[in-house]
Design a protein around this ligand. Structure first.
Ligand SMILES: *[C@@H]1O[C@H](CO)[C@@H](O)[C@H](O)[C@H]1NC(C)=O
Length: 609
């Protein structure tokens, strides 16, 4: 709420405006939320905090998202529960820190690697979609999932969106898009290729040794030479075809339980997803619905339709952001056309911060985190977890409000569940808190005293919003080794082709004792660690943080392991396939670039460009 400065009698024009604004707020607050409203939830992939006009970007054009923020509430301290996709999304859908569901791992990859792995969001986890589906909502997911498919047989689909409360699904089960396009930076292809090549070379060297033994007259060694040579040659060939294989095995579309396009046609993806979302909104306008649009934007390889190519001031990344904004505009128009905008809560966010290490040929392919240190994957640094968060609900939420209180993406779970008339599960810890009272101005404070910042399943940092003094303390026990130092990124070589992110443990991190303490309100860039000398209350603050952490750790039960372990290895018997050779296209036309999907490309951006 605005300050009560208009109590003076000599009301100037500004004061009158303030009164009017307050009245507007008050009338807005008088309306109770309707029962069973609709939900349109839009999540971008790897979008940086500083990439949107309404978050201070002056060179990227995002008019639709900016308008959404003007018409609703914009959060400036909105935090993902993890700085990478799989754990952040698991936490988002369940309202729980990803360590609780096994979706956070420290060793090995921190996101699911294979569509045909056995790891994924455990079937016992409850998503907000499932609660609402049980309450009679029509639920849909359009876009990226990346939370697993099957457990032990190809058809059990135990981790599939259908099993997690989404009655409709069209999208990408995995979503390691760089490898789908065989483009740089690669998510796992480069690593696989190198691995196969090194093993192959090792075997070739052994074959050479065996060959010399053969020459020395031992006949059994001849067989070893042949076996080693053949395996080594196979691996060498394998390392060359692995890219194509990965693009086919991991990059496909599913509609419901069926594979309908394999391999994925990247150029047709956005029009297809958009049309699906618009159809959903049109078909279900009469019913209470929940639609989760999980965009492929703005993850590499930044596939952008021709209408938006070369239009922005920030090369391929900027073009992709501007296209994303246009997609959001189309979704909002669909709500207007269906006459349901007033009954629909719209939420926009990103799963984690921009990817600083994503560069190719000197071009920055990742987002801008608005001056916060670090980015996607970078420990507990702010840039990886602080993301845009916008809510719009006409008449129910105030317009044009900006909130700086700490909030979490995990808060969406209780907020959506309560508004949709569901009950929170009582048999487990829910870390999210209902946001509605804060968004409506019924309470000035976030319900979170502490928030915890994990890197994989290691607690790197924690924050404490100190009520009395309006200070925001953040402590780091462990930070990634930055390269160059202080950059917040772990780039290694700038031309590194692997999908590089910072490490969570081992040699790639520094442990701090005493820990690094920052006051974020005065030092948002986490550049000036405090000491006992500079902050006399240093020890008291640290003690409060440690107590908050101890209470949190007590609530953690046994930690299951889904991501980053043996469950997440490729299992041929779990490989989803369509057609005879894992090849089909049932999504409207088989030929690339000549299908009805492309009709949508023409009018794109008219009136905007
Ligand atoms: C806007 O976003 C681009 C692309 O991420 C970034 O390079 C630029 O620094 C941002 N500008 C501002 C003013 O934040």
């Amino acid at each position: 709420m605005t300050s009560p400065s208009h109590q003076s009698l000599g009301l100037g024009p500004v004061a009158i405006l303030c009164v009017l604004q307050d009245l507007q707020l008050l009338t807005a607050l008088l309306l109770p939320p309707p029962s069973r409203p609709n939900f349109l939830i839009i999540m971008a992939d790897d979008l940086g905090f500083g990439d949107l006009g309404c978050y201070g970007n002056t060179t990227l054009r995002t008019p639709n998202i900016d308008r959404l923020a003007e018409d609703g509430v914009r959060l400036t301290q909105h935090l993902a529960a993890a700085s990478m996709c799989t754990p952040s999304r698991a936490a988002f859908l369940t309202g729980r820190y990803p360590v609780r569901s096994g979706m956070a791992s420290t060793w090995g990859p921190r996101v699911l690697q294979w569509a045909a792995g056995a790891a994924g969001l455990p079937p016992e986890e409850v998503t907000f979609a499932r609660v609402l589906q049980e309450r009679g909502y029509t639920t849909g997911l359009v876009g990226k999932w990346h939370l697993g498919l099957s457990c032990s047989s190809r058809s059990d689909l135990c981790h599939h969106p259908l099993r997690h409360g989404f009655a409709h699904f069209l999208g990408l089960p995995l979503g390691m898009m760089g490898d789908c396009a065989r483009a740089e930076p690669s998510e796992k292809r480069t690593r696989l290729e190198q691995g196969l090549r090194w093993v192959g070379r090792g075997l070739a060297a052994m074959a050479a040794i065996m060959a010399s033994i053969t020459l020395a007259g031992r006949s059994w060694a001849l067989w070893a030479v042949l076996a080693l040579g053949a395996t080594s040659a196979t691996l060498e060939v394998g390392s060359r075809v692995v890219g194509g294989a990965v693009a086919r095995l991991d990059c496909f579309l599913m509609r419901g339980a069926n594979v309908t396009q394999q391999p994925l046609s990247l150029s047709r993806l956005t029009p297809l997803l958009l049309r699906e979302a618009e159809d959903f909104l049109q078909r279900h306008a009469h019913a209470p619905f929940l639609l989760f649009v999980s965009l492929p934007h703005v993850h590499t390889p930044l596939v952008t339709s021709p209408a938006f190519q070369g239009r922005s001031a920030h090369r391929r990344y900027g073009d992709n952001v501007e296209e994303m904004d246009w997609v959001v505009g189309r979704l909002l128009s669909a709500l207007d056309r269906g006459g349901v905008a007033d009954r629909t809560l719209v939420y926009f966010t990103s799963d984690n911060g921009g990817w600083l290490e994503a560069r190719a040929g000197g071009e920055q392919l990742g987002g801008w985190n608005g001056g916060f240190r670090g980015g996607k994957g970078a420990g507990g640094w702010e840039g990886g977890v602080r993301v845009p968060g916008i809510f719009r609900f006409p008449g129910i939420l105030p317009r044009g409000r900006v909130l700086a209180e700490p909030t979490s993406l995990m808060d969406i779970f209780p907020t959506v569940v309560r508004l949709g008339g569901g009950a929170l599960p009582e048999d487990r810890v829910i870390d999210g808190r209902d946001l509605l009272p804060l968004l409506r101005g019924e309470t000035p404070r976030s319900a979170h005293n502490f928030l915890f910042h994990y890197c994989g399943d290691v607690l790197h940092a924690a924050r404490w919003a100190h009520r009395e003094r309006g200070k925001l303390w953040k402590v780091h026990f462990v930070t990634p080794v930055e390269d160059p130092p202080g950059s917040g990124s772990c780039a290694g070589s700038p031309e590194s082709q692997d999908a590089m992110v910072c490490a969570c443990a081992g040699g790639g991190v520094t442990a701090h004792d005493p820990p690094l303490l920052f006051e974020l309100t005065s030092d948002p860039g986490e550049a000036r660690p405090l000491t006992l000398h500079k902050e006399p209350a240093f020890n008291t603050i640290l003690q409060a943080l440690r107590q908050g952490i101890a209470r949190h750790l007590e609530t953690l039960g046994p930690r299951p392991r889904e991501v980053g372990g043996a469950l997440d290895l490729w299992r041929p018997w779990l490989q989803p396939c369509c057609g005879n050779a894992c090849a089909c296209d049932l999504e409207g036309g088989a030929r690339e670039g000549r299908n009805d999907g492309d009709e949508d490309l023409e009018p794109w951006g008219r009136g905007f460009l």
